[in-house]
Design a protein around this ligand. Structure first.
Ligand SMILES: NC(=O)c1ccc[n+]([C@@H]2O[C@H](COP(=O)([O-])OP(=O)(O)OC[C@H]3O[C@@H](n4cnc5c(N)ncnc54)[C@H](O)[C@@H]3O)[C@@H](O)[C@H]2O)c1
Length: 479
């Protein structure tokens, strides 16, 4: 939070001012955008030379890491070269996974804070896969890239603007990929809905919503040295925004023709989080900072809006929302998957036109029932617009698993793109945009919910590409 400043001189402020309802103006907080160092180019559309086999080193083998090792064992063209965790037994347990899958033994690193550096320094690794606690992500990825490796980092990949700009600069300078392992963009409903959006079924998408609403009571005890609880104790704002924001940003073409311009964030006071902390740690936490519920509104350059929420402590069913509101349709994932679209677009999928649903009419006697297309139309739409990636991978993904299969698809796509020398599905600017909420929301909240500018992490390149696309071998386009 060192590098933000409020423009106070009215003359400078005119373009930066927001009208309040009473006509007063509220100034926007801006953070510094460091100049791109001379000779350095952006990573938009960047593809590295293809790799026949992707040689991987893993750092972090707690709750999340071993599942990734298992998945990579089931993907062709991978070699697991090294495994690292601070704890010896965790590294050894992961070695057991390789044995189980008949993979060659890997080198093990453990027992010191810096053992992971030896892994990054090896000359037989292409990709460093990082699944440690949040505070160690950026420094590990930077070190890996400085040593010639691509970096894949669990969510959130970075927790501050300083970390984000460092990741961008190192990735741009070293020409190494730096991808955030955001799995939720690969969930089946999200992939299908993205495909429907790209085929224009929702018209122009004007508004998106996403969330991480997940009561973590059964997990808090399991995090290594309580890192997550301690992080929440010390930080306000949305500290885990990427599951909600990622799929919405892809559907809204962020830095592929639009960009997030400004956000405003608000939180509730800390009640359950603080109480849990005090019970669990046996110590008072009068300054527990993370509000129980945090919500953030974002407005884009093209006049669209996004709402993101975070709540990991209240008794609520799991919910990532994933809602898209377009000029011609609507999609909603939680708590019930449903679509509302123009039936004429559905062609032969449309139900009999003499039914109210077929005519797309609203039954005003039953307003709660008119919203979604009938179940059979939804099923037919989802079959028709099943994403090509899903078509190819769904069966294997369900078998291998990892949050129902989306984790497998994420790892598969990472390896597929590296092996085929393609741009990755998520670049370092996606990482930056989805992670920047961690610090920007705290800035907004700590300054009376002030509007905060979202920096252009592409430094001018956000409009170079029109429309988000996955890359496929042998094709310059996606489906
Ligand atoms: N995408 C998802 O769905 C998803 C799900 C769960 C967790 N995650 C993310 O995965 C990451 C890890 O979470 P987790 O639940 O596995 O946490 P965890 O506490 O279970 O595991 C963290 C591991 O990192 C190791 N570690 C810490 N510092 C280290 C160091 N200096 N060197 C080597 N190892 C070190 C610890 O020993 C521990 O085994 C987090 O970023 C989390 O947000 C993502």
């Amino acid at each position: 939070m060192k590098r933000f400043f409020v423009f106070a001189v009215a003359a400078l402020l005119l373009p930066l001012l927001f009208s309040c309802s009473g006509g007063e103006k509220m100034s926007m907080i801006r953070t510094e955008v460091p100049e791109r160092p001379a000779g350095q180019e952006d990573m938009i559309g960047f593809a590295a030379p293809p790799l026949d086999t992707v040689r991987i080193g893993f750092i972090g083998l707690g709750m999340r890491g071993p599942g990734a090792v298992e998945r990579m064992c089931q993907i062709d063209g991978t070699k697991i070269v090294a495994l690292c965790d601070f704890e010896q037994d965790r590294a050894e347990a992961a070695a057991g996974i390789l044995e189980r899958f008949g993979r060659p033994e890997a080198a093990l690193y453990y027992g010191s804070e810096d053992a992971w550096k030896r892994l990054c320094e090896r000359d037989d690794i292409d990709l460093v896969y990082i699944a440690t606690d949040w505070k160690s992500h950026a420094k590990m990825a930077i070190y890996a890239m400085e040593h010639g490796k691509h970096a894949a980092i669990e969510v959130p990949a970075a927790m501050s603007l300083d970390e984000i700009w460092s990741l961008i600069n190192v990735s741009e300078r070293t020409r190494r990929h730096c991808m955030q392992l955001e799995n939720c963009v690969y969930d089946f409903f999200e992939l299908t809905t993205l495909n429907m959006a790209q085929h224009g079924l929702f018209g122009e998408i004007l508004h998106g919503e996403g969330a991480y609403i997940h009561n973590l009571d059964e997990f808090w005890d399991e995090y290594w040295h309580d890192w997550r609880l301690l992080y929440n104790r010390d930080h306000r704002g949305d500290v885990y925004p990427t599951h909600g924001l990622g799929p919405v940003c892809q559907a809204m073409d962020i830095h592929r023709g639009d960009k997030m311009n400004v956000l405003v964030s608000m939180d509730t006071r800390a009640v359950n989080g603080k109480e849990y902390y005090e019970k669990h740690r046996g110590e008072a936490a009068p300054d527990f900072r993370n509000g129980d519920h945090t919500m953030t509104m974002i407005r884009t350059e093209k006049g669209k809006t996004i709402m993101i929420q975070h709540d990991v402590v209240n008794p609520r069913p799991y919910n990532r929302l994933y809602q898209l509101t377009g000029t011609k349709g609507f999609a909603n994932k939680y708590p019930v998957e449903g679509y509302m679209v123009d039936f004429s677009k559905a062609g032969d999928l449309a139900p009999d036109s003499d039914s109210a649903a077929g005519e797309g009419k609203v039954d005003i006697e039953n307003l709660s029932a008119h919203s979604f297309v009938p179940e059979e139309v939804k099923d037919a739409l989802m079959a028709k617009y099943r994403h090509p990636i899903q078509k190819e991978l769904e069966q294997t993904a369900k078998k291998v698993g990892g949050h129902g299969g989306m984790d497998y698809i994420m790892d598969y796509r990472l390896i597929y793109c590296l092996r085929n020398g393609l741009p990755l599905d998520m670049d370092v600017y996606d990482l930056a945009e989805w992670c920047c909420l961690t610090e920007l929301t705290a800035i907004s909240i700590e300054n009376g919910n002030a509007p905060v500018e979202v920096p252009d992490f592409t430094r001018g390149g956000w409009n170079k590409v029109q429309g988000y696309r996955h890359a496929f071998a042998g094709s310059s386009q996606t489906e």
